[in-house]
Design a protein around this ligand. Structure first.
Ligand code: GLN
Length: 210
């Protein structure tokens, strides 16, 4: 199991610490060459989405990451990461990876409460600690989006197929349930890929015998 952590800007070190504590192998994705690693899951950390978007574009990583996500690579995106994934951003010029059918509002919780902590219910995991830092919220969900959590009547966590996006920062609290859920997705995906490879090589060896 190998998890790629986008490490161009933002809170990637905190996610790496969580993975270390969970004894999960990881690789930092800083430039195009790092994409030669075969990863089973991808973490997009918080930070500044405009900076991250610019850096992944300039480094040539954008289209490669987009293709991998569209092909089913499990993704855990937090805060700025959610903005990177969103198909639409209501208060920004253009989307970045645009693989997740939601519309987000950057810095959506307003000035007075730009940063706050709360504990709320998260679908399937129970009550979770949630730290919000100049967080976006999901303004609109499109087809097949599953809402996983709401805070102050705003959608703050969604799932769409292989993509999980959160407005808050689970890596800042000592509660690894969300990372655990993501690692389960990555393990399932790894098993699927391995059985496909095994089936393909069986087919090839059968063909060779003919
Ligand atoms: N406000 C940041 C943005 O718009 C996101 C903040 C965060 O990731 N903590 O990109």
């Amino acid at each position: 199991m190998l998890i790629g952590v986008l490490s161009v800007q933002g809170s990637f070190a905190e996610h790496i610490k969580v993975l270390d504590n969970m004894r999960i192998r990881h690789v930092q994705l800083r430039n195009f060459h790092d994409l030669s690693y075969i990863i089973d899951g991808l973490i997009l950390p918080g930070g500044e989405s405009t900076v991250q978007g610019k850096l992944i574009k300039e480094s040539g990583m954008l289209s490669h990451l987009r293709r991998q996500i569209n092909d089913g690579l499990p993704v855990l995106a937090t805060c700025a990461g959610m903005i990177l994934l969103a198909k639409d951003i209501s208060n920004d010029e253009k989307p970045h990876l645009a693989t997740l059918p939601i519309k987000v509002r950057r810095n959506g919780f307003g000035r007075q409460i730009e940063s706050f902590y709360t504990e709320e219910d998260f679908e399937g995991l129970g009550t979770l600690p949630m730290t919000f830092i100049r967080a976006p919220y999901v303004e609109k969900v499109y087809k097949d989006i599953k809402v996983l959590a709401t805070v102050k009547d705003r959608i703050v966590a969604v799932r769409y197929k292989n993509q999980i996006a959160l407005s808050f920062h689970p890596e800042l609290n000592d509660d690894y349930r969300i990372h655990g859920m993501f690692i389960d997705m990555a393990q399932k995906r790894k098993n699927q890929v391995q059985s496909l490879i095994a089936a393909a090589s069986l087919l090839t060896s059968e063909n060779l015998q003919i």
